[in-house]
Design a binder for this molecule. Structure first.
Ligand code: F6R
Length: 609
């Protein structure tokens, strides 16, 4: 949460920082600001609200700031202090001799603030960040070079942070550091950059360096130095990211979410490519599948829902017991496991604090860690023993869509690989499933085609709704949970995902004509059992929307609207059934004139506990 950027080099500092913030706005959009070195001074410009407000303020300055060569920028998800100009970053120390941007939380800020106040420092914000700015300024005023001053200030801090700072005394230089929160350095020619995530800088460079916990970076236009807190220089290999700059363009779509829903066939193609051959044989050289006797899957939100689908597939095919837990619970649970336990940590961003903490907790019992992530070079890739990369490309919309489907694909590959290593399912059956899985991109494409123009009618049933119920059984249950999450996070309508058979034990009391029921029917026995459960809601006045095969006459009879999915092998059910629910949430939110890419109170990358 919160995005930071830094730049040193040429007279396009404002342009690079604003472009970086635009690409990091998914991390928080409560306020935004820049600090720029100009004529031996630091100029700041900040605005509450969206980045557009800052862009307008910059325009009003008539290019006055465009001569800057060095600066830092920030987009905020408020933790300490409400969204306001005073609480926006950059925060200044000592009347503006240094400026600091920060992502994370300083846990001991209250005691540091008291101490600084006693020494006569006046505070102008409610942020925890301002203590860093004052600590840094005091060291700089005492004559320490900026990098050493930052190291001294950091020694006083508890918590998680990525910080970047500039000083009026050291033109052409940005310093930065991280502990737990993410930070990468981008390398250019005669200019260098830093950011919370690589996508901030894809238009500038694809060559990056990671910064490890406890390291300090010093950037000038011609050099990048990485140091320990004690000032020792550290060697670091750079890496090249696979993502193209065009991947973060809207490409003619109205919103990123809609674009990303339509990107799903190619996200799946890329994730499956090279991992399952035309004969259906799965090859995952990145993961050691031997000797796994127990599995724990951890993740948050959408990643947790993908984990539930992974459990079903692994237990069915590999016959290995799987526990699935929400990371924030797992990290404090009384964990059972040993070195034969594989811990699968799922995180699109690779940055989620709770999931990283769950990994740390699993380390304590000797678990082997496999990260399933979409982000090369992210924190989770450095904490895990092995990485299974989903190759969905950058996801900008705050609501996860294409990365969900890519996570399911990765977990199904894992299930097939484990089943083979265990010899738990006949080889020919596994190959057939592998061949089926290869058809996921094509079937999702077909689903998108079938749904063209069909979702609006279903969305219209939500106009008077006060809540919604999403029902499913078997592998349709996690799909229902995900459908409910999508609806609530972007349309702000209360929605519950529930196992269809469990309705009569309580939630059926919610059913009336203002609570649409969305039934994810699936195939076979699951479908039959769900049909009867959903009939019970119809009898109580529910308007039902079914996700079902087009020729499913029982579904048609029972439903106000059927969102059709194509005939597909059973393993593909979660893929095809998720798409109508994503589009339904999208249409309901658009009908309420809401910003689907940046829903209120949320941020895409959750780097606080
Ligand atoms: C929902 C959503 C969140 C994330 C969750 C985990 O649309 O995006 O629920 O799935 O915050 O994020 P990652 O996968 O980055 O760990």
């Amino acid at each position: 949460m919160c995005g930071i950027v830094g730049y040193v080099g040429k007279a396009r500092c404002v342009e690079v920082l604003m472009e970086g913030l635009r690409n990091l706005e998914y991390r928080g959009y409560d306020s935004a600001g820049l600090a720029l070195q100009l004529g031996g001074r630091i100029e700041t410009i900040k605005r509450p609200g969206r980045l557009d407000n800052l862009a307008e303020a910059l325009e009003e300055r008539n290019g006055h700031l465009s001569a800057a060569h060095t600066g830092v920028g920030h987009t905020r998800w408020a933790t300490h202090g409400r969204p306001s100009e005073a609480n926006a970053h950059p925060q200044l120390g000592n009347g503006g001799s240094v400026a600091v941007v920060h992502n994370g939380i300083i846990e001991n800020f209250a005691e540091l603030k008291e101490e600084l106040k006693e020494r006569g420092v006046t505070f102008s914000s409610e942020t925890d960040t301002e203590v860093i700015a004052h600590l840094l300024a005091q060291r700089v005023e005492a004559g320490e070079p900026l990098r050493e001053a930052l190291a001294s200030a950091l020694r006083r801090l508890r918590g998680s942070f990525a910080v970047a700072a500039v000083s009026a005394k050291e033109p052409g230089k940005v310093v930065a550091a991280r502990k737990q929160s993410p930070l990468v350095v981008g390398q250019g020619a005669g200019e260098n950059y830093l950011a919370s995530a690589v996508q901030a800088l894809l238009k500038q460079t694809r060559r990056f360096l990671v910064v490890e916990n406890g390291e300090i970076v010093e950037l000038t236009g011609s050099s990048v130095g990485i140091f320990t807190l004690d000032g020792e220089s550290v060697e670091r290999e750079s890496f090249e990211v696979e993502w193209e700059a065009e991947a973060i363009e809207l490409g003619g779509y109205e919103d990123y979410m809609l674009k990303e829903i339509h990107d799903q066939p190619s996200a799946l193609r890329n994730t499956l490519s090279g991992r399952v051959d035309s004969g259906g044989a799965v090859d995952l050289p990145e993961v050691d599948l031997a000797g796994v006797e127990r599995i724990a899957v951890v993740g948050c939100g959408t990643a947790y829902h993908a984990g539930l689908l992974g459990k079903e597939a692994i237990e069915r095919l590999a016959r290995i017991p799987v526990e699935v837990a929400v990371s924030s619970e797992y990290r404090y649970a009384h964990l059972v496991g040993d070195e034969k336990t594989l811990v699968v940590a799922i995180s699109q961003s690779g940055e989620t604090t709770d999931t990283l903490a769950a990994i740390e907790a699993a380390r304590a019992f000797g678990g082997r860690i496999l990260a399933v992530t979409n982000t090369q070079g992210s924190l989770i890739t450095r904490e895990a023993d092995a990485v299974l990369l989903t190759k969905a490309g950058p996801e900008i919309g705050v609501a996860a869509t294409k990365t969900f489907l890519a996570q399911i694909a990765a977990l199904y590959l894992l299930a097939l690989g484990l089943a083979r290593a265990k010899g738990a399912t006949p080889e020919e059956e596994l190959r057939e499933l592998g061949r089926d899985l290869r058809r996921a991109p094509e079937k999702v494409e077909e689903t998108l085609g079938l749904l063209e123009g069909r979702v609006e009618e279903a969305a219209s049933l939500f106009e008077e709704a006060r809540c919604a119920l999403f029902l499913g059984r078997g592998s349709s249950y996690p799909v229902a949970l995900e459908g409910a999450l999508k609806l609530k996070e972007i349309s702000y309508l209360p929605a519950e995902g529930y196992p269809a058979g469990e309705m009569k034990h309580g939630p059926i009391a919610l059913v009336d004509e203002h609570s649409p029921v969305v039934a994810v029917l699936g195939q076979g026995l699951t479908r039959e059992k769900s049909l009867s459960n959903v009939e019970e809601t119809v009898a109580r006045g529910a308007s039902v929307i079914s996700v079902a095969r087009e020729n499913d006459s029982a579904a048609r009879r029972m439903s106000r609207v059927v969102l059709p999915v194509p005939e597909a092998p059973g393993i593909l059910d979660p893929f095809v059934s998720s798409v109508p629910l994503q589009l339904l949430a999208y249409r309901v939110a658009k009908g309420r004139a809401l910003d689907v890419d940046k829903p209120r109170n949320l941020a895409k990358s959750v780097t606080v506990e």
